[in-house]
Design a protein around this ligand. Structure first.
Ligand code: NDP
Length: 313
């Protein structure tokens, strides 16, 4: 169990974390970055990213993260495999415990832990997790080639996942709880035009069934109305795409969070409720949640940390 010291500890390795690492290492802060349970973050489970400036032909999520990581390494950022399991932000220097037992003391901290996929909360989701239920089409879609799958959600993620799965699976149901998709118009059009995607509007999933593996889902249409009806669809895979929960559990005792658990930042900066602790990316962004906005806030957090250290050294 080793003890490490740094001027700037960065927790998390999505576009926000890596961008913060690029900026803080170029500012000679010798940052240490812990990559967390999913090095590279959510984008490593995405296929094509078409809207990150600088890639006119698009880029895959994993490639984009690899590029950001290399750029951070080029300037000497110390990128480490490992997750932060506990923190003490009650006094300076701050401290963090890593899952291998190491501790890090830091003069400033940038939290960039992102957000994790949400589930509906059905007991059946747990029962079939890994044998039919998934929250990542890119990771698991391959197993459903030629089969029938369902995606739950009406946002851009759900549309993206449905489109991706439609290239592998025989048939895709998109289960949408309202009468309309929330996704951007261009995504809606692509989904609605795709022959092997059927959108089931006004439908909620109430159960999953199957003997050894998942065989189907029980849905309720027009719940609570006169037209309410319950029916089953036969599916081999059930993919959740209903949004994300911020990864803030470990910081809860010290940092001010909003009702949904996102970190609250102050006055248009990345400053959290604790001076010297900054937040960047999806962990503090319930609104935009884009790779480019996460990267931008990683830059802002690095500059905020640098100024804080200048004023407090
Ligand atoms: P969103 O919050 O945009 O959408 C979540 C969807 O899940 C909504 O349709 C919501 O329904 C539905 N939902 C939530 N809870 C439940 C539930 N319990 N049961 C059934 N359905 C539920 O999340 P996304 O992950 O889709 O997108 C997040 C952000 O990332 C957005 O800003 C999006 O634009 C962006 N994004 C952009 C992409 C791109 O540009 N390529 C790709 C992916 C995401 P309802 O509409 O009824 O509230």
């Amino acid at each position: 169990m080793a003890e490490h010291k740094t001027k700037c500890l960065i927790i998390g390795s999505g576009p926000a974390g890596y961008t913060a690492a690029i900026y803080t290492s170029r500012a000679n802060l010798s940052p240490i970055l812990y990559e967390g349970m999913q090095p590279g973050g959510q984008l490593t489970t995405t296929t094509e990213v078409e809207n990150f400036p600088g890639y006119p032909d698009g880029v895959t999520g994993p490639q984009l993260m690899e590029d950001l990581k290399k750029q951070a390494e080029r300037f000497g950022a110390d990128l480490r495999y490992g997750a932060v399991t506990a923190v003490d932000f009650s006094k300076r220097p701050f401290s963090a415990t890593i899952d291998n037992g190491d501790t890090v003391t830091a003069d400033s901290v940038i939290i960039a832990t992102g957000a994790s996929a949400r589930y509906l909360g059905l007991p059946d989701e747990e029962k079939y997790n890994g044998i039919g239920v998934s929250a990542c089409a890119t990771c698991d879609g391959f197993f459903y080639r030629g089969k029938t799958v369902a995606v739950v959600g009406g946002g851009d993620t759900a549309c993206e996942e449905a489109l991706y799965l439609s290239t592998l699976a025989k048939k895709v149901f998109l289960i949408v709880r309202k009468a309309a998709l929330r996704a951007s118009k261009v995504m809606q059009q692509r989904v609605l035009q795709k022959e092997n995607i059927t959108v089931l509007f006004n439908c909620n999933t109430v159960g999953l069934f199957g003997d050894e593996f998942l065989e189907g889902a029980k849905l309720v249409e027009n719940k609570g109305t006169e037209m309410e009806q319950v029916f089953d669809i036969a599916i081999d895979g059930f993919f959740l795409a209903i949004g994300h929960t911020p990864n803030t559990e470990v910081f809860k005792p010290y940092i001010k969070l909003d009702d949904a658990g996102f970190i609250v930042t102050e006055n248009g900066t990345t400053q959290t409720s604790v001076e010297g602790i900054f937040a960047a990316g999806d962990v503090a962004d319930p609104r935009y949640r884009q790779a480019i906005s996460a990267a931008g806030s990683g830059c802002r957090a690095a500059i905020d940390a640098e100024r804080f250290l200048l004023e407090n050294s």
